[in-house]
Design a protein around this ligand. Structure first.
Ligand code: CIR
Length: 252
């Protein structure tokens, strides 16, 4: 498995924020946490390839939002935040060597953080970043490859995967306050601890799950259900409203 990651921009402090107030970010500490995240991906069996970034793209580290990758295709997104659209070109160049490419075109917008792939089912969040036109384009591109797209309205969170993420082929971790959990009735649903609303965003890699150590009660729930959890400290990137899935694009 390959994980694409992206260097933290020196301008991270100017990142987009939707639900959080701006607080100072310690860039060196963020870089240390990001490197530890990459080591966790390696511990789960990934080769990590880190793309460079620059001052012009504060949110570049959140590489997940720039592409949706499935086994037969990479769809380059058109991120909902206009400031983030320049991030796609370097990711496009990297993915061009790995998958046939397609593009989301204006007026469509899609953030990769709104896309949860579970086998051949692709859940897509309608959010402040992903619009109906973007969902329709994604549906048209992915259905040709045998994927079934299920649009879902998110509420109170940035992206679909702030609310729900995979922890196994047939199991999800979910915050039912931010997404209607009945959409996942075909799966085993584990709920986050109510006092940890942001805990659902975990990264599933092979047979392991990387979770943020800020959410001990949810981690305990996962472990009790037999999930093999690896924890990382992601507190500085959390101040930029980023979590764990957003810092990589995984390709198998
Ligand atoms: C943004 O608002 O776009 C960034 N500050 C955070 C993006 C996080 N991405 C994600 O969860 N997929």
């Amino acid at each position: 498995m390959l994980a694409l990651t992206r260097e933290i921009s020196p301008s991270l402090a100017r990142c987009e924020l939707t639900h959080l107030a701006r607080t100072p970010i310690d860039l060196e500490r963020a870089r240390g946490q990001h490197a530890a995240y990459e080591r966790a991906l390696e511990a789960c069996g990934c080769a990590v390839r880190r793309l460079p970034s620059d001052e012009m793209m504060p949110d570049a580290v959140f590489i997940e939002d720039t592409a949706v990758v499935v086994s037969d295709l990479a769809v380059m997104t058109r991120p909902g935040a206009a400031s983030r659209r320049i991030e796609t070109s370097a990711v496009r160049n990297a993915l061009a060597q790995l998958r046939p490419l397609a593009d989301i075109e204006a007026p469509g917008t899609v953030d990769g953080g709104d896309v949860l792939v579970m086998g051949r089912t692709v859940f897509v969040g309608l959010s402040s970043r992903t619009n109906g036109d973007g969902v329709m384009q994604l549906e048209s591109l992915l259905s040709r490859h045998g994927y079934h797209v299920v649009p879902l309205q998110t509420r109170g969170c940035l992206h679909l995967k702030s609310a729900v993420a995979a922890v196994a082929a047939e199991a999800v971790l979910c915050n039912p306050a931010w997404i209607a959990a009945d959409a996942f009735s075909a799966y085993d649903v584990i709920e986050v601890a109510p006092e940890e609303p942001g805990a659902a965003n975990v990264v599933r890699v092979n047979d392991r799950v990387i979770a943020a150590e800020a959410y001990p009660r949810t981690i305990e729930r996962l472990m009790r259900r037999g999930v093999n959890v690896l924890t990382v400290d992601a507190s500085e990137l959390a101040k930029a409203e980023g979590a764990l899935t957003c810092c990589s694009i995984l390709l198998s």
